[in-house]
Design a protein around this ligand. Structure first.
Ligand code: AMP
Length: 113
Protein backbone atom coordinates (compact mmCIF):
# COMPACT_ATOMS: atom_id res chain seq x y z
CA UNK A 1 0.00 0.00 0.00
CA UNK A 2 1.35 3.46 -0.89
CA UNK A 3 2.32 5.87 1.85
CA UNK A 4 -0.44 8.21 3.00
CA UNK A 5 -0.20 11.86 3.90
CA UNK A 6 -0.27 10.95 7.58
CA UNK A 7 2.70 8.59 7.28
CA UNK A 8 4.54 11.50 5.68
CA UNK A 9 3.62 13.65 8.71
CA UNK A 10 4.87 10.91 11.07
CA UNK A 11 8.14 10.78 9.10
CA UNK A 12 8.40 14.59 9.07
CA UNK A 13 8.29 14.68 5.27
CA UNK A 14 5.30 17.03 5.58
CA UNK A 15 5.09 19.57 8.40
CA UNK A 16 2.23 19.65 10.88
CA UNK A 17 1.39 21.47 14.10
CA UNK A 18 2.05 18.61 16.50
CA UNK A 19 0.41 18.76 19.92
CA UNK A 20 1.37 15.32 21.28
CA UNK A 21 3.62 12.44 20.36
CA UNK A 22 4.77 9.20 21.93
CA UNK A 23 6.17 5.91 20.63
CA UNK A 24 2.79 4.73 19.37
CA UNK A 25 0.82 7.77 18.32
CA UNK A 26 0.94 11.31 17.01
CA UNK A 27 -1.55 14.16 17.38
CA UNK A 28 -1.59 17.30 15.24
CA UNK A 29 -3.94 20.14 14.36
CA UNK A 30 -6.31 19.59 11.46
CA UNK A 31 -5.39 21.80 8.51
CA UNK A 32 -9.08 22.64 7.97
CA UNK A 33 -10.45 22.95 11.52
CA UNK A 34 -14.17 22.45 12.07
CA UNK A 35 -14.12 23.70 15.66
CA UNK A 36 -11.82 25.77 17.90
CA UNK A 37 -10.25 22.46 18.92
CA UNK A 38 -9.80 20.12 15.97
CA UNK A 39 -6.85 17.80 16.17
CA UNK A 40 -6.22 14.39 14.65
CA UNK A 41 -4.87 11.56 16.74
CA UNK A 42 -3.28 8.77 14.72
CA UNK A 43 -1.51 5.53 15.50
CA UNK A 44 1.99 5.40 14.03
CA UNK A 45 1.07 1.96 12.75
CA UNK A 46 -0.60 2.56 9.38
CA UNK A 47 -4.00 0.92 9.90
CA UNK A 48 -6.08 2.17 6.92
CA UNK A 49 -9.57 2.16 8.47
CA UNK A 50 -11.14 1.31 11.82
CA UNK A 51 -12.52 -1.86 10.27
CA UNK A 52 -8.97 -2.98 9.44
CA UNK A 53 -7.90 -3.07 13.09
CA UNK A 54 -7.54 -6.54 14.59
CA UNK A 55 -7.34 -7.94 18.09
CA UNK A 56 -3.58 -7.47 17.75
CA UNK A 57 -4.32 -3.71 17.82
CA UNK A 58 -6.45 -3.84 20.97
CA UNK A 59 -3.92 -2.23 23.30
CA UNK A 60 -3.04 0.40 20.68
CA UNK A 61 -6.68 1.41 20.20
CA UNK A 62 -7.17 1.57 23.96
CA UNK A 63 -4.09 3.77 24.19
CA UNK A 64 -5.55 6.12 21.57
CA UNK A 65 -8.82 6.45 23.49
CA UNK A 66 -7.04 7.30 26.74
CA UNK A 67 -4.75 9.79 24.98
CA UNK A 68 -7.70 11.41 23.17
CA UNK A 69 -9.22 12.37 26.52
CA UNK A 70 -5.91 13.54 27.91
CA UNK A 71 -5.27 15.70 24.84
CA UNK A 72 -8.77 17.23 24.95
CA UNK A 73 -8.14 18.09 28.61
CA UNK A 74 -4.64 19.40 27.89
CA UNK A 75 -6.14 21.67 25.19
CA UNK A 76 -8.69 23.02 27.69
CA UNK A 77 -11.79 21.13 26.51
CA UNK A 78 -11.86 18.18 28.89
CA UNK A 79 -15.49 18.79 29.91
CA UNK A 80 -17.02 18.77 26.42
CA UNK A 81 -15.44 17.26 23.36
CA UNK A 82 -16.32 14.84 20.60
CA UNK A 83 -14.32 11.98 19.09
CA UNK A 84 -15.09 11.07 15.48
CA UNK A 85 -13.75 8.23 13.35
CA UNK A 86 -14.88 8.18 9.73
CA UNK A 87 -14.63 4.68 8.29
CA UNK A 88 -14.67 4.50 4.49
CA UNK A 89 -15.30 7.07 1.77
CA UNK A 90 -19.07 6.79 2.25
CA UNK A 91 -18.64 7.99 5.82
CA UNK A 92 -16.41 10.87 4.80
CA UNK A 93 -12.99 9.28 5.22
CA UNK A 94 -10.50 10.96 2.89
CA UNK A 95 -7.17 9.88 4.39
CA UNK A 96 -6.80 6.12 4.67
CA UNK A 97 -4.71 6.02 7.81
CA UNK A 98 -6.90 5.53 10.89
CA UNK A 99 -7.42 8.79 12.77
CA UNK A 100 -9.58 10.09 15.58
CA UNK A 101 -10.88 13.63 15.14
CA UNK A 102 -10.94 15.40 18.52
CA UNK A 103 -13.36 18.32 18.35
CA UNK A 104 -14.32 20.86 20.97
CA UNK A 105 -14.91 24.51 21.76
CA UNK A 106 -18.30 24.99 20.12
CA UNK A 107 -21.77 23.47 20.54
CA UNK A 108 -21.74 20.04 18.88
CA UNK A 109 -25.21 19.08 17.73
CA UNK A 110 -26.67 15.61 17.52
CA UNK A 111 -27.19 13.74 15.25
CA UNK A 112 -23.98 14.61 13.41
CA UNK A 113 -24.25 15.36 9.70
P1 AMP B 1 -11.22 12.27 7.17
O1 AMP B 1 -12.09 13.05 6.22
O2 AMP B 1 -11.96 11.70 8.34
O3 AMP B 1 -10.38 11.24 6.44
O4 AMP B 1 -10.24 13.32 7.81
C1 AMP B 1 -9.06 13.74 7.19
C2 AMP B 1 -8.69 15.05 7.81
O5 AMP B 1 -7.35 15.32 7.49
C3 AMP B 1 -9.53 16.24 7.31
O6 AMP B 1 -10.22 16.83 8.41
C4 AMP B 1 -8.48 17.17 6.71
O7 AMP B 1 -8.77 18.52 6.94
C5 AMP B 1 -7.21 16.72 7.41
N1 AMP B 1 -5.98 16.99 6.70
C6 AMP B 1 -5.72 16.78 5.39
N2 AMP B 1 -4.45 17.12 5.11
C7 AMP B 1 -3.90 17.55 6.28
C8 AMP B 1 -2.61 18.04 6.64
N3 AMP B 1 -1.61 18.16 5.75
N4 AMP B 1 -2.40 18.41 7.93
C9 AMP B 1 -3.39 18.30 8.84
N5 AMP B 1 -4.62 17.84 8.56
C10 AMP B 1 -4.87 17.47 7.29
Amino acid sequence: MSETLFTKIINREISADIVYEDDDCLCFRDINPQAPLHVLLIPKKPIPRAIDATTEDQALLGHLMIKAGEIAKQEGYGEAFRLVVNNGAGAGQTVFHLHIHILGGRPLSWPPG
